[in-house]
Design a protein around this ligand. Structure first.
Ligand SMILES: Nc1ncnc2c1ncn2[C@@H]1O[C@H](COP(=O)(O)OP(=O)(O)OP(=O)(O)O)[C@@H](O)[C@H]1O
Ligand SMILES: [Mg+2]
Length: 233
């Protein structure tokens, strides 16, 4: 089995008082290493819920998530944390940068939490920030960065520990189209240069036509969508 990621009959329900909300109702998905795929769908359909489960940030009600044959959704908390550290980079829908810390410090944070030596974490973070075009903004706090720059710091932070897969939840949602396209191009380059697997939640048609695959979420399930491809220039 050469699939990098396999999702089988994934279900997620939330209990709200007396009511049970069934959000994911049997999601199936196979992703090969090095793919870049987009997930679209209306607000509230469960895209973030799915991405959080794929990233080991939340657990499903039922079903399985395998990364290279290892089922993560029932790992004990310590092993799940190790999986998150080693395998996944996550870019949140709302980027969650720490406002008191600089771009460099925010990017170093995963390595510091992982108890890497300070100088090594710093050098690695500088390299990644340079890669996302922020070499001149290392000392800026999030409030001193533009929206697109903040989003690029969030991507840099997600890449800090060299993940196998980047899960990005509408990383360009609040940006103008030009900045959003630049962020998308960056993800595409990382995907092509480093073979990084990228799963992107997006509403943007322009992006969707440039990914390897577009999936649409509706009624708690994922379906493949045929789109007219536009090759990246
Ligand atoms: N912890 C929770 N408890 C109860 N309900 C929840 C919880 N998390 C999400 N939901 C509900 O699950 C549904 C799906 O939420 P989710 O955030 O996955 O949607 P989404 O597809 O990402 O939407 P958007 O495009 O607006 O970001 C929503 O109706 C939401 O209210
Ligand atoms: Mg969402």
């Amino acid at each position: 089995m050469s699939e990098f990621l396999q999702v089988r009959d994934l279900r997620k329900s939330f209990r709200m008082g007396a009511e049970e909300l069934h959000i994911l109702k049997g999601v199936n998905l196979s992703v090969r290493r090095g793919e870049l795929l987009a997930i679209a769908g209306p607000s509230g359909v469960g895209k973030s819920t799915l991405l959080h489960i794929l990233g080991g940030l939340d657990r499903p009600t039922a079903g399985e998530v395998y990364y290279e044959g290892v089922e993560i959704s029932r790992l004990p908390e310590g092993e799940l944390a190790a999986f998150r550290n080693q395998t996944v980079g996550f870019v949140f829908q709302f980027h969650h940068l720490l406002p008191e810390f600089t771009a460099l410090e925010n990017t170093m944070m995963p390595a510091l939490i992982g108890r890497q030596p300070l100088v090594r974490a710093q050098e690695a973070a500088k390299g990644i920030l340079q890669r996302v075009g922020l070499a001149e903004r290392l000392a800026h706090r999030p409030g001193e960065l533009s929206g697109g720059e903040q989003q690029r710091v969030a991507i840099a932070r997600a890449l800090a520990l060299s993940p196998d897969v980047l899960l990005a939840d509408e990383p360009t949602g609040n940006l103008d189209s030009k900045t959003g396209e630049a962020i998308f191009d960056l993800l595409r380059e990382l995907n092509q240069e480093q073979g990084l697997t990228v799963i992107l939640v997006t509403h943007n048609e322009w992006f969707a036509r440039r990914t390897d695959r577009l999936l649409r979420m509706a009624d708690g399930q994922l379906g493949e969508v045929a789109v007219t491809r536009t090759e990246a220039e």
